[in-house]
Design a protein around this ligand. Structure first.
Ligand code: HEM
Ligand code: HEM
Length: 185
């Protein structure tokens, strides 16, 4: 018998992690595609998908956080330095904060133009009762865009750290988030 031998995230946590990762990358590519669209109308049509996917990401992240309460993460890898653990915790926290705040900020910004958020034409989140103020909406979108860039930088750092630990330090970090390979505590 031994205690605390858990070295992997649960299957559902893995599924949600990789779903969020794919959705966030797609979300970013949609925003870029909208920026490069030939006309304003084409850009707006592409951006409608970004708004809708933002709502989906919010829901998936909320599910992930609920599941995290039921099935908490395994204890950190023992060979990770204290500063690495602290840094990883800060980055993970920043992911959750950004992934919840960014879509809500987007909803508030669209609301200040009086626009609802249509979710792929299936249903719509009504405009929130905020003052009609396109300047404020623009300012929020500006901040949202800057947060998006910060998010991408953190994702690059996070992925590089996971790969460095796994393939250079050979400490099995990546396998904690995968259903195969040798994960370690
Ligand atoms: C959009 C991209 C991504 C986001 C937003 C993201 C977010 C997160 C978050 C929030 C956690 C903490 C999980 C928790 O404790 O609840 C986590 C853990 C983890 N992620 Fe990602 N991730 C992304 C992409 C990746 C990629 C590309 C890799 C691999 C190359 C990766 C590897 C891992 C690993 C190995 C862990 C577990 C770390 C540990 O054991 O402490 N992630 N990720
Ligand atoms: C978690 C969900 C979301 C993520 C991860 C996300 C991410 C991003 C990213 C990466 C960019 C591009 C930044 C750049 O390269 O300049 C962006 C731009 C944008 N997003 Fe989102 N977004 C999300 C949700 C939303 C929602 C729900 C809305 C609106 C309801 C929205 C509206 C916009 C707009 C209007 C822009 C263009 C901003 C500008 O640069 O002026 N986003 N988003």
């Amino acid at each position: 018998m031994s205690f605390n031998t858990t070295t992997r995230y649960s299957g559902l946590a893995m599924l949600l992690h990789w779903a969020i990762a794919v959705l966030v990358i797609v979300q970013w590519r949609i925003a870029e595609a909208a920026e490069e669209a030939a006309t304003r109308e084409a850009g707006a049509a592409i951006m409608a998908n970004h708004f809708a996917l933002g709502v989906v990401i919010f829901v998936v992240v909320a599910l992930r956080l609920l599941w995290r309460q039921v099935s908490p993460p395994p204890p950190p890898v023992k060979s990770h330095a204290p500063w690495e653990r602290t840094f990883a915790r800060i980055v993970h926290l920043a992911f959750y904060v950004l992934l919840l705040v960014m879509p809500v900020a987007g909803w508030i910004a669209l609301s200040s133009f009086g626009e609802p958020v249509s979710v792929f034409g299936l249903f719509a989140l009504p405009a929130l009762p905020v003052p009609q103020n396109p300047d404020l909406g623009e300012a929020i979108f500006e901040l949202h865009g800057a947060s998006g860039v910060a998010l991408l930088v953190l994702i690059a750092l996070h992925a590089l750290a996971a790969l460095k630990h796994t393939f250079i330090d050979k400490d099995g970090t990546l396998y904690r988030m995968l259903p195969f390979g040798r994960a370690r505590g």
